[in-house]
Design a protein around this ligand. Sequence first.
Ligand code: PMP
Length: 334
Amino acid sequence: MRYYTSLVDLIGNTPLVQLRSVTSHLDPANAPTVLAKVEYFNPGGSVKDRIAVRMIEAAEASGELKPGGTIVEPTSGNTGVGLAIVAQQRGYRCVFVLPDKVAADKVNTLKAYGAEVHVCPTAVAPEDPRSYYSVSDRLVREIDGAWKPNQYANINNPRSHYETTGPEVWEQTDGRITHFVAGVGTGGTISGTGRYLKEASGGRVQIIGADPEGSVYSGGTGRPYLVEGVGEDFWPDAFDRTITDEIIAVSDRQSFELTRRLAREEGLLVGGSCGMAVVAALRVAERAGKDDVIVVLLPDGGRGYLGKIFNDQWMSDYGFLDTAAGDTVGDVLT
Ligand code: PMP
Protein backbone atom coordinates (compact mmCIF):
# COMPACT_ATOMS: atom_id res chain seq x y z
CA MET A 1 0.00 0.00 0.00
CA ARG A 2 1.18 3.50 -0.81
CA TYR A 3 -0.35 6.31 1.25
CA TYR A 4 0.39 9.37 3.37
CA THR A 5 -0.47 9.35 7.06
CA SER A 6 -1.06 13.11 7.02
CA LEU A 7 -2.01 15.68 4.40
CA VAL A 8 0.73 17.86 5.87
CA ASP A 9 3.30 15.53 4.26
CA LEU A 10 2.01 16.63 0.84
CA ILE A 11 2.97 20.28 1.28
CA GLY A 12 5.54 21.60 -1.21
CA ASN A 13 7.27 19.90 -4.16
CA THR A 14 4.91 21.62 -6.62
CA PRO A 15 5.55 21.26 -10.37
CA LEU A 16 6.89 23.70 -12.95
CA VAL A 17 4.69 24.00 -16.07
CA GLN A 18 5.77 25.82 -19.21
CA LEU A 19 3.56 28.72 -20.34
CA ARG A 20 3.23 28.24 -24.08
CA SER A 21 0.19 30.24 -25.16
CA VAL A 22 0.38 33.53 -23.26
CA THR A 23 4.02 33.74 -24.43
CA SER A 24 3.21 33.09 -28.11
CA HIS A 25 3.60 36.77 -29.05
CA LEU A 26 7.31 36.61 -28.18
CA ASP A 27 9.78 36.51 -31.09
CA PRO A 28 10.74 32.80 -31.36
CA ALA A 29 14.35 33.74 -32.18
CA ASN A 30 14.70 35.43 -28.80
CA ALA A 31 12.00 33.92 -26.64
CA PRO A 32 13.10 32.76 -23.16
CA THR A 33 11.57 29.73 -21.42
CA VAL A 34 8.78 30.83 -19.08
CA LEU A 35 7.85 28.31 -16.38
CA ALA A 36 5.02 28.58 -13.86
CA LYS A 37 5.45 27.13 -10.37
CA VAL A 38 1.92 25.99 -9.74
CA GLU A 39 1.23 26.26 -6.02
CA TYR A 40 -2.40 25.13 -6.15
CA PHE A 41 -1.00 21.60 -6.04
CA ASN A 42 -0.47 22.08 -2.31
CA PRO A 43 -3.14 20.27 -0.23
CA GLY A 44 -4.71 23.53 0.97
CA GLY A 45 -4.64 24.87 -2.57
CA SER A 46 -2.04 27.60 -2.15
CA VAL A 47 1.58 28.52 -1.52
CA LYS A 48 0.62 29.46 2.04
CA ASP A 49 0.57 25.83 3.21
CA ARG A 50 4.35 26.07 3.22
CA ILE A 51 4.51 28.89 5.75
CA ALA A 52 1.68 27.49 7.88
CA VAL A 53 3.47 24.26 8.72
CA ARG A 54 6.81 26.01 9.35
CA MET A 55 5.32 28.75 11.58
CA ILE A 56 3.31 26.25 13.67
CA GLU A 57 6.24 23.88 14.15
CA ALA A 58 8.50 26.76 15.23
CA ALA A 59 5.87 28.04 17.71
CA GLU A 60 5.45 24.55 19.18
CA ALA A 61 9.21 24.27 19.58
CA SER A 62 9.53 27.68 21.24
CA GLY A 63 6.56 27.04 23.54
CA GLU A 64 4.54 30.00 22.18
CA LEU A 65 1.85 27.57 20.99
CA LYS A 66 0.79 25.14 23.69
CA PRO A 67 -1.36 21.99 23.39
CA GLY A 68 -5.02 22.98 22.91
CA GLY A 69 -4.08 26.60 22.07
CA THR A 70 -5.85 28.94 19.65
CA ILE A 71 -4.31 30.33 16.47
CA VAL A 72 -5.47 33.89 15.69
CA GLU A 73 -4.40 35.48 12.41
CA PRO A 74 -5.44 38.27 10.04
CA THR A 75 -5.31 36.52 6.66
CA SER A 76 -6.66 36.97 3.16
CA GLY A 77 -7.74 33.37 3.27
CA ASN A 78 -4.95 31.21 1.92
CA THR A 79 -2.79 31.35 5.05
CA GLY A 80 -5.93 30.50 6.99
CA VAL A 81 -6.52 27.32 5.01
CA GLY A 82 -2.91 26.21 5.53
CA LEU A 83 -3.06 27.00 9.24
CA ALA A 84 -6.49 25.32 9.59
CA ILE A 85 -5.25 22.09 8.02
CA VAL A 86 -2.13 21.87 10.17
CA ALA A 87 -4.02 23.01 13.31
CA GLN A 88 -6.75 20.43 12.78
CA GLN A 89 -4.19 17.62 12.67
CA ARG A 90 -2.69 18.80 15.95
CA GLY A 91 -5.73 19.82 18.01
CA TYR A 92 -5.62 23.62 17.85
CA ARG A 93 -8.56 25.99 17.39
CA CYS A 94 -8.37 28.64 14.64
CA VAL A 95 -9.83 32.17 14.59
CA PHE A 96 -9.30 34.21 11.40
CA VAL A 97 -9.77 37.90 10.71
CA LEU A 98 -10.36 38.91 7.07
CA PRO A 99 -10.81 42.17 5.13
CA ASP A 100 -14.24 42.55 3.51
CA LYS A 101 -12.88 42.57 -0.06
CA VAL A 102 -12.11 38.86 0.23
CA ALA A 103 -14.38 36.65 -1.89
CA ALA A 104 -17.28 35.02 -0.02
CA ASP A 105 -16.12 31.61 -1.23
CA LYS A 106 -12.84 32.08 0.63
CA VAL A 107 -14.66 32.91 3.87
CA ASN A 108 -16.89 29.86 3.47
CA THR A 109 -13.86 27.69 2.75
CA LEU A 110 -12.28 28.65 6.07
CA LYS A 111 -15.53 27.91 7.88
CA ALA A 112 -15.71 24.53 6.15
CA TYR A 113 -12.37 23.63 7.74
CA GLY A 114 -13.94 24.41 11.11
CA ALA A 115 -12.39 27.84 11.66
CA GLU A 116 -14.13 30.88 13.17
CA VAL A 117 -14.08 33.94 10.85
CA HIS A 118 -14.36 37.70 11.54
CA VAL A 119 -14.83 40.02 8.51
CA CYS A 120 -13.56 43.64 8.84
CA PRO A 121 -13.74 46.76 6.61
CA THR A 122 -10.92 47.25 4.05
CA ALA A 123 -11.35 51.01 3.71
CA VAL A 124 -9.90 51.94 7.13
CA ALA A 125 -6.29 52.60 8.26
CA PRO A 126 -4.35 49.68 9.85
CA GLU A 127 -4.36 51.51 13.23
CA ASP A 128 -8.18 51.93 13.16
CA PRO A 129 -9.81 49.69 15.83
CA ARG A 130 -12.05 48.20 13.11
CA SER A 131 -9.13 47.21 10.84
CA TYR A 132 -8.34 43.57 10.50
CA TYR A 133 -4.96 44.10 12.10
CA SER A 134 -6.51 45.80 15.18
CA VAL A 135 -9.29 43.25 15.58
CA SER A 136 -6.84 40.36 15.50
CA ASP A 137 -4.67 42.06 18.17
CA ARG A 138 -7.72 42.46 20.39
CA LEU A 139 -8.71 38.79 19.95
CA VAL A 140 -5.19 37.69 20.92
CA ARG A 141 -5.51 39.67 24.15
CA GLU A 142 -8.98 38.31 24.92
CA ILE A 143 -8.56 34.59 24.11
CA ASP A 144 -6.74 32.42 26.62
CA GLY A 145 -3.82 30.47 25.10
CA ALA A 146 -3.96 32.52 21.88
CA TRP A 147 -0.98 32.63 19.55
CA LYS A 148 -0.72 34.94 16.55
CA PRO A 149 1.61 33.64 13.84
CA ASN A 150 1.81 37.18 12.40
CA GLN A 151 2.90 36.17 8.92
CA TYR A 152 3.88 39.79 8.19
CA ALA A 153 6.67 39.73 10.78
CA ASN A 154 7.33 36.01 11.36
CA ILE A 155 10.82 35.01 10.16
CA ASN A 156 9.54 31.48 9.60
CA ASN A 157 7.45 32.82 6.71
CA PRO A 158 10.43 33.78 4.49
CA ARG A 159 12.42 30.92 6.03
CA SER A 160 9.93 28.32 4.79
CA HIS A 161 10.54 29.59 1.24
CA TYR A 162 14.30 29.69 1.78
CA GLU A 163 14.12 26.04 2.86
CA THR A 164 11.59 24.69 0.34
CA THR A 165 10.50 26.92 -2.59
CA GLY A 166 14.00 28.19 -3.36
CA PRO A 167 15.75 24.80 -3.43
CA GLU A 168 12.86 23.25 -5.41
CA VAL A 169 13.06 25.91 -8.15
CA TRP A 170 16.86 25.67 -8.27
CA GLU A 171 16.80 21.88 -8.60
CA GLN A 172 13.86 21.77 -11.01
CA THR A 173 15.67 24.10 -13.42
CA ASP A 174 19.08 22.39 -12.95
CA GLY A 175 20.37 25.78 -11.77
CA ARG A 176 19.49 27.36 -15.14
CA ILE A 177 16.90 29.81 -13.77
CA THR A 178 17.84 33.42 -14.63
CA HIS A 179 14.78 35.32 -13.32
CA PHE A 180 12.34 34.64 -10.50
CA VAL A 181 9.06 36.56 -10.54
CA ALA A 182 6.48 36.56 -7.72
CA GLY A 183 3.77 38.81 -6.33
CA VAL A 184 4.54 40.52 -3.04
CA GLY A 185 2.01 40.33 -0.19
CA THR A 186 3.80 39.75 3.11
CA GLY A 187 6.98 39.51 1.03
CA GLY A 188 7.72 36.05 2.42
CA THR A 189 7.75 34.25 -0.93
CA ILE A 190 9.99 36.70 -2.75
CA SER A 191 12.36 37.27 0.19
CA GLY A 192 12.92 33.62 1.12
CA THR A 193 12.95 32.15 -2.39
CA GLY A 194 14.91 35.12 -3.69
CA ARG A 195 17.57 34.88 -1.01
CA TYR A 196 18.10 31.18 -1.69
CA LEU A 197 18.34 31.73 -5.45
CA LYS A 198 20.74 34.67 -5.03
CA GLU A 199 23.00 32.55 -2.82
CA ALA A 200 22.82 29.44 -5.00
CA SER A 201 23.63 31.39 -8.17
CA GLY A 202 26.26 33.71 -6.71
CA GLY A 203 23.93 36.69 -7.23
CA ARG A 204 23.18 35.87 -10.88
CA VAL A 205 19.42 35.20 -10.64
CA GLN A 206 17.34 38.37 -10.96
CA ILE A 207 14.52 38.65 -8.41
CA ILE A 208 11.48 40.56 -9.64
CA GLY A 209 8.47 41.46 -7.52
CA ALA A 210 5.01 42.03 -9.00
CA ASP A 211 2.77 44.51 -7.25
CA PRO A 212 -0.72 45.95 -7.79
CA GLU A 213 -0.74 49.58 -8.98
CA GLY A 214 -1.49 51.68 -5.90
CA SER A 215 0.47 49.52 -3.42
CA VAL A 216 3.45 51.09 -1.60
CA TYR A 217 5.91 48.45 -2.86
CA SER A 218 5.83 49.99 -6.35
CA GLY A 219 5.69 53.59 -5.16
CA GLY A 220 1.91 53.92 -4.69
CA THR A 221 0.05 55.57 -1.84
CA GLY A 222 -1.69 52.40 -0.66
CA ARG A 223 -4.91 53.30 -2.52
CA PRO A 224 -7.35 50.40 -2.92
CA TYR A 225 -7.02 47.86 -5.72
CA LEU A 226 -9.02 44.70 -6.30
CA VAL A 227 -6.44 41.97 -6.77
CA GLU A 228 -6.30 39.93 -3.55
CA GLY A 229 -3.40 38.74 -1.41
CA VAL A 230 -0.74 41.10 -2.75
CA GLY A 231 0.36 44.71 -2.29
CA GLU A 232 0.24 46.64 0.95
CA ASP A 233 -0.11 50.07 2.46
CA PHE A 234 2.86 49.48 4.82
CA TRP A 235 6.26 47.72 4.66
CA PRO A 236 6.14 44.36 6.53
CA ASP A 237 9.20 42.90 8.29
CA ALA A 238 8.82 39.66 6.29
CA PHE A 239 9.73 41.59 3.14
CA ASP A 240 13.50 41.98 2.74
CA ARG A 241 13.79 44.81 0.24
CA THR A 242 17.48 44.15 -0.37
CA ILE A 243 16.58 40.92 -2.23
CA THR A 244 14.45 42.33 -5.06
CA ASP A 245 16.20 43.79 -8.09
CA GLU A 246 13.00 45.33 -9.40
CA ILE A 247 9.30 45.73 -8.58
CA ILE A 248 6.86 45.88 -11.49
CA ALA A 249 3.45 47.55 -10.98
CA VAL A 250 0.49 45.88 -12.69
CA SER A 251 -3.10 47.22 -12.97
CA ASP A 252 -6.15 45.28 -11.79
CA ARG A 253 -7.38 45.20 -15.36
CA GLN A 254 -4.20 43.65 -16.77
CA SER A 255 -4.05 41.19 -13.86
CA PHE A 256 -7.61 39.97 -14.39
CA GLU A 257 -7.39 39.81 -18.19
CA LEU A 258 -4.33 37.60 -17.96
CA THR A 259 -5.86 35.51 -15.17
CA ARG A 260 -8.75 34.70 -17.53
CA ARG A 261 -6.36 33.88 -20.37
CA LEU A 262 -4.42 31.47 -18.11
CA ALA A 263 -7.63 29.48 -17.58
CA ARG A 264 -8.80 29.57 -21.22
CA GLU A 265 -5.46 29.08 -22.95
CA GLU A 266 -3.18 27.26 -20.51
CA GLY A 267 -5.82 25.28 -18.57
CA LEU A 268 -4.60 26.96 -15.40
CA LEU A 269 -7.61 28.08 -13.32
CA VAL A 270 -5.74 30.36 -10.92
CA GLY A 271 -6.27 33.46 -8.78
CA GLY A 272 -5.87 37.13 -9.69
CA SER A 273 -2.43 37.54 -8.14
CA CYS A 274 -1.27 34.79 -10.54
CA GLY A 275 -2.39 36.81 -13.56
CA MET A 276 -0.64 39.80 -12.03
CA ALA A 277 2.62 37.89 -11.59
CA VAL A 278 2.44 36.55 -15.16
CA VAL A 279 1.94 40.09 -16.56
CA ALA A 280 5.20 41.04 -14.81
CA ALA A 281 6.91 37.84 -16.03
CA LEU A 282 5.89 38.64 -19.62
CA ARG A 283 7.38 42.13 -19.33
CA VAL A 284 10.62 40.49 -18.20
CA ALA A 285 10.33 37.91 -21.02
CA GLU A 286 9.92 40.64 -23.64
CA ARG A 287 13.39 41.99 -22.85
CA ALA A 288 15.05 38.64 -22.02
CA GLY A 289 17.06 36.36 -24.33
CA LYS A 290 16.73 32.84 -25.71
CA ASP A 291 18.83 31.20 -23.01
CA ASP A 292 16.94 32.83 -20.18
CA VAL A 293 14.72 30.76 -17.91
CA ILE A 294 12.03 32.75 -16.13
CA VAL A 295 10.16 31.11 -13.26
CA VAL A 296 6.93 32.79 -12.14
CA LEU A 297 5.18 31.60 -8.99
CA LEU A 298 1.39 31.17 -9.15
CA PRO A 299 0.18 31.33 -5.51
CA ASP A 300 -3.32 29.82 -5.66
CA GLY A 301 -6.18 28.31 -7.66
CA GLY A 302 -9.11 30.16 -9.25
CA ARG A 303 -12.12 28.41 -7.69
CA GLY A 304 -12.34 31.08 -4.98
CA TYR A 305 -12.76 33.82 -7.61
CA LEU A 306 -15.51 32.39 -9.83
CA GLY A 307 -17.96 35.09 -8.68
CA LYS A 308 -15.47 37.85 -9.46
CA ILE A 309 -12.67 37.57 -12.03
CA PHE A 310 -14.39 34.77 -13.94
CA ASN A 311 -17.82 36.43 -13.78
CA ASP A 312 -18.53 38.63 -16.85
CA GLN A 313 -21.01 40.81 -14.98
CA TRP A 314 -18.56 41.57 -12.16
CA MET A 315 -15.79 42.28 -14.68
CA SER A 316 -17.97 44.60 -16.75
CA ASP A 317 -19.30 46.38 -13.61
CA TYR A 318 -15.70 47.41 -12.92
CA GLY A 319 -15.06 48.28 -16.57
CA PHE A 320 -12.55 45.44 -16.99
CA LEU A 321 -14.34 43.64 -19.78
CA ASP A 322 -14.26 44.84 -23.35
CA THR A 323 -13.66 43.67 -26.87
CA ALA A 324 -10.24 45.16 -27.59
CA ALA A 325 -7.36 46.52 -25.54
CA GLY A 326 -7.83 50.20 -24.78
CA ASP A 327 -11.60 50.22 -25.31
CA THR A 328 -13.72 52.03 -22.76
CA VAL A 329 -16.64 50.61 -20.79
CA GLY A 330 -18.96 52.38 -23.26
CA ASP A 331 -17.69 50.18 -26.04
CA VAL A 332 -18.69 47.08 -24.10
CA LEU A 333 -22.28 48.23 -23.93
CA THR A 334 -22.64 48.91 -27.65
N1 PMP B 1 -1.19 35.82 -3.81
C1 PMP B 1 -2.11 35.40 -2.94
C2 PMP B 1 -3.46 34.98 -3.45
C3 PMP B 1 -1.82 35.39 -1.57
O1 PMP B 1 -2.75 34.99 -0.67
C4 PMP B 1 -0.53 35.82 -1.13
C5 PMP B 1 -0.23 35.87 0.33
N2 PMP B 1 -0.66 37.05 0.98
C6 PMP B 1 0.40 36.25 -2.08
C7 PMP B 1 0.02 36.21 -3.41
C8 PMP B 1 1.73 36.84 -1.72
O2 PMP B 1 2.64 36.00 -1.08
P1 PMP B 1 3.60 36.56 0.06
O3 PMP B 1 2.74 36.88 1.25
O4 PMP B 1 4.54 35.44 0.33
O5 PMP B 1 4.29 37.79 -0.43
